[in-house]
Design a protein around this ligand. Structure first.
Ligand SMILES: *Cc1c(COP(=O)(O)O)cnc(C)c1O
Length: 384
């Protein structure tokens, strides 16, 4: 059977089936060299010149992600999700206008609100789940990028990617989607019409909470993509080769982890919805979630590993619940094999759309029964 017939799970498991040509090693080496020998005729026929624009181990990891995302271009790995996201914005021209969601990853919202203006980029924030608001925010001729995040942190708001792409394209703008929470296991934004997809690989793609990194993949190898490459090289924002190696290793089990984590999250969201100390569970897999119908259409293999729970008794009870867990770990970040719980408003600070009674939960691969019993005991202790 030829490699072109392998499924994504098989390709990811074997890091694209790559075998080292010199040693026949099944596991790739880590290319640490920062510089490469120039040919005697002054050319660089290997394609590698210096470690800041490019690296062979990074390219291997990028190949796995481009495959998972059905990207026509190769993917580009960055030193963090924020570096990948801001590179997309910095590839625009001064004077360009961006429409971004009100509910989104807080550090990028803050950068767009407070720092993008210094580069001449105007940003408006809208409820991206309401397409009429997105349409109204477009400034004809000036809007060059619509930035969406779906499901969006920490309310798991769903944006209709195909519809948002149509609105952006009609205005001559591109659609970029932060798909960190969905991951390529649940959604492939490029196949739904998005132009750029972004992930924090720090989360479920690496999945072991030991790499900070980000990635972009593009539907087309065009002039905008070339600009993004120049931004990465100019800023020196490429991922390190050791991190790329760990990421390839993490992605070997990505489809298995994503499936297990989504099944656990769905079960916990369902069981917690009926809990006497929980006011509301936010999870796109629940039929009562406002984005459920769109999520049902555009997501596959389930609804992801993230959900939030609003605790009866408000902020004090929510913080007290997080203080009492044992198996869940009280920490920020998400997507790892270990389950994490966080009182989210505490980290987002002023201006957050996050309710004060909200706990954000990232489901790992532990036994969902253990995870439920731990939360149940913490909720009961916080309400005793
Ligand atoms: C974590 C995260 C980011 C930022 O990624 P870093 O790797 O921490 O820079 C962006 N978007 C979402 C949805 C995230 O969860």
């Amino acid at each position: 059977m030829s490699k072109s017939n392998w499924t994504k799970r098989s390709l990811a498991a074997q890091g694209m089936g790559h075998i080292d040509p010199i040693t026949r090693a099944v596991i790739p080496p880590i290319h640490l060299s920062t510089t490469y020998i120039r040919d005697a005729d002054n050319r660089y026929t290997s394609g590698y010149i210096y470690g800041r624009p490019d690296n062979a181990t990074v390219r291997e990891a990028e190949g796995v992600i481009a495959m998972l995302e059905d990207a026509e271009s190769s993917a580009l790995l960055f030193s963090s999700g924020m570096a990948a996201a801001t590179a997309t914005i910095l590839a625009l021209d001064a004077g360009d206008h961006v429409v971004a969601p009100r509910v989104m990853y807080w550090a990028l919202r803050r950068w767009l609100a407070e720092d993008a203006a210094r580069f001449g980029i105007d940003v408006d924030f809208v409820e991206m789940d309401d397409l009429s608001k997105l349409r109204a925010a477009i400034r004809p001729g000036r809007t060059k990028l619509v930035w969406a995040e779906t499901p969006s942190n920490p309310l798991w708001t769903i944006t209709d990617i195909a519809a948002a792409a149509q609105i952006a394209h009609q205005a001559g703008a591109r659609l970029a989607v932060d798909s960190t929470i969905a991951s390529p296991f649940h959604t492939r934004p490029l196949s739904l019409g998005a132009d750029i997809v972004m992930h924090s690989v720090t989360k479920v793609l690496n999945g072991h909470s030991d790499v900070v990194g980000g990635v972009l993949a593009s539907a087309r190898d065009d002039e905008f993509w070339a600009r993004i490459k120049r931004v990465r090289s100019g800023q020196g924002a490429i991922l390190g080769p050791f991190e790329a190696f760990l990421l390839i290793r993490g992605m070997r089990t990505f489809p298995l982890r994503a499936a297990t984590q989504a099944a656990g999250a769905a079960e916990l969201a369902r069981r917690l919805s009926a809990h006497p100390h929980i006011a509301r569970v936010l999870y796109p897999g629940l039929p009562q979630h406002p984005g459920h119908d769109v999520a049902n259409r555009q997501m596959e293999n389930g609804f992801g590993y993230m959900f939030s729970a609003q605790v009866k008794g408000g902020e004090t009870a929510a913080i007290a619940t997080a203080a009492k867990v044992g198996l869940w770990k009280r920490a920020t970040s998400l997507g790892g094999v270990e389950s994490l719980i966080e009182h989210r408003a505490s980290i987002e600070g002023a201006g957050t759309p996050c309710p004060a009674d909200l706990l954000r939960l990232s489901t790992g691969i532990e036994d969902p029964d253990d995870l439920f019993r731990d939360l149940d005991a913490a909720l009961n202790a916080a309400h005793a």
